[in-house]
Design a protein around this ligand. Structure first.
Ligand code: ADP
Ligand code: ZN
Length: 432
């Protein structure tokens, strides 16, 4: 039951030989990019030094900041006219990163998704409804191409508009969906409101859950409510997007497509590799991307390698579901947000004091962000019209930057709790 049996079940030795060959090509190609040219020179590294997989450790890491400071073309390793598509990481306008693909890159990426969806049990007779945002975000087009290659009827509905989603599911007998887990939970309420039961009133049988961390318990809830099997899909735009790690029908960890990616797990403090089975930060290298190879990318995601062979017969190793991050990035409704973005916007606004707090709450199945901001005392005297105008202005400024609408509470100076040392900016009250 494989889409590409030869690749998916390739003996480890052969797979590693393939990885070394692809790593050598990737590193030589990367040397065309201004960023890597400089990085290699600074480290006294020559692409010819790659003789084994371990030699990758001679190359310094690449971080999200490197991608940002190299905006827009610093990591481009191909001529611009070779490119056919660009994507960007979800959310964020000011701090986003951009990734470029050649036609061959799109083809390889598509292949990882077709393989993944097939592995989870999707077939050409399935009707696939892609409920992820299209556009620059990778979850839309990435899955879309994969599903079409598999041969399934694909409904590119995109995100939002819950009633219409449910209507489409019913009218076209959708059997498989790609959905953000928090949205899948939210939608349970809409089914209830409409007096519908997905087990009885839809033909759903598979859900691909991606773009944000979620627990085993959330998976079970979704499987129970909808009467389907849910599969964890992990990816990040720097490594194409979805299609990096994906669960098979054993649902016991995510297979990483090692013919496309080289993975390392490092201790985030010492930056040294950890043993298989030990949790650490996932570091990834593209092995098949020509337009914009990325070497040793620090994902900031925490996981561990499951080295034991999988019962499904695939030889590509698995990782545990992501357990957290090493930085302060928040993921709300699938959108990545850094507290620093909020701070920057607030500090640009006249009248805003020095302190603010971000509070995350879960009401029912919905996540809410409350931003409490200290503003100058004069806003609280007399007529409160100015205060309301300021509140609206801050809300709109934040919305345009982080793409979700927070509830903004304005408070008088010195009302937010003060801490000694590092300010506690984020209070995450979301629990499962
Ligand atoms: P995406 O399009 O998936 O949001 P981004 O590049 O914008 O891609 O964000 C990638 C980040 O999203 C990952 O580094 C990880 O922190 C998070 N993420 C994506 N998929 C999952 C998943 N299945 N489980 C946990 N975290 C995930
Ligand atoms: Zn498996």
């Amino acid at each position: 039951m494989f889409w590409d049996e030869k690749i998916e079940t390739m003996p480890r030795d052969d797979l590693e030989t393939l990885q070394i060959a692809r790593l050598q090509t990737t590193v030589s190609r990367a040397a065309n990019a201004p960023f890597y040219k400089q990085l290699f020179a600074g480290a006294g590294f020559e692409p010819a030094a790659i003789k084994s997989l371990d030699d990758i450790r001679r190359i310094p890491f690449t971080t999200k900041d490197d991608l940002r400071t190299s905006w827009p073309y610093g990591l481009l390793a191909a001529a611009k006219d070779e490119l056919v598509r660009m994507h960007s990481s979800s959310g964020t306008t000011g701090r986003s990163t951009v990734i470029f693909h050649t036609a061959a890159d799109i083809d390889a990426w598509t292949d990882t998704l077709t393989r993944s969806m097939y592995m989870a049990g999707m077939r050409k007779a399935d009707v696939f409804q892609n409920m992820m945002t299209y556009g620059l975000f990778t979850g839309g087009l990435g899955f879309h191409y994969g599903a079409e290659r598999l041969g399934a009827l694909t409904i590119p509905v995109g995100a939002g508009n819950s009633k219409r989603q449910i209507q489409l599911m019913r009218d076209f007998e959708t059997t498989a969906v790609h959905i953000i887990p928090s949205y899948a939970l939210h939608l349970t309420g809409v089914f209830d409101e409409m007096g519908l039961d997905p087990r009885r009133d839809t033909r759903l049988r598979i859900a691909f859950l991606g773009a944000e961390p979620h627990s085993e318990k959330t998976r079970h809830r979704i499987e129970e409510f909808y009467g389907l099997k849910a599969f964890n899909s992990y990816g990040l735009s720097e490594m194409n997007g979805p299609g990096v790690g994906f669960e098979c029908q054993c649902q016991a960890g995510l297979h990483v497509w090692e013919d496309n990616f080289l993975m390392e797990i490092i201790d985030p403090d010492t930056l040294e590799p950890v043993d298989d089975g030990v949790e650490g930060e996932l570091v990834m290298t593209t092995l098949k991307r020509a337009g914009m190879p990325i070497l040793r990318y620090r994902t900031k995601d925490l996981t561990r390698i499951i080295a034991q062979p999988c019962a499904c017969g695939r030889t590509h190793r698995r990782i545990e579901r992501i357990t957290g991050r090493t930085d302060d990035m928040l993921i709300i409704k699938g959108v990545n947000i850094f507290p620093i973005q909020i701070e920057k916007k607030l500090m640009e606004t006249d009248g805003v004091g020095t302190d603010f707090q971000i509070i995350l709450e879960r009401k029912g199945y919905n996540d809410h962000m409350i931003v409490r901001v200290e503003v100058a005392r004069e806003f609280f005297s007399g007529d409160l019209k100015q205060l309301e105008l300021l509140r609206k202005k801050i809300t709109e400024e934040l919305r345009s930057d982080i793409l979700i609408t927070p509830r903004v509470d304005l408070v008088e100076p010195n009302t937010l709790p003060k801490t000694e040392g590092k300010a506690v900016r984020v209070i995450d009250n979301r629990t499962d």
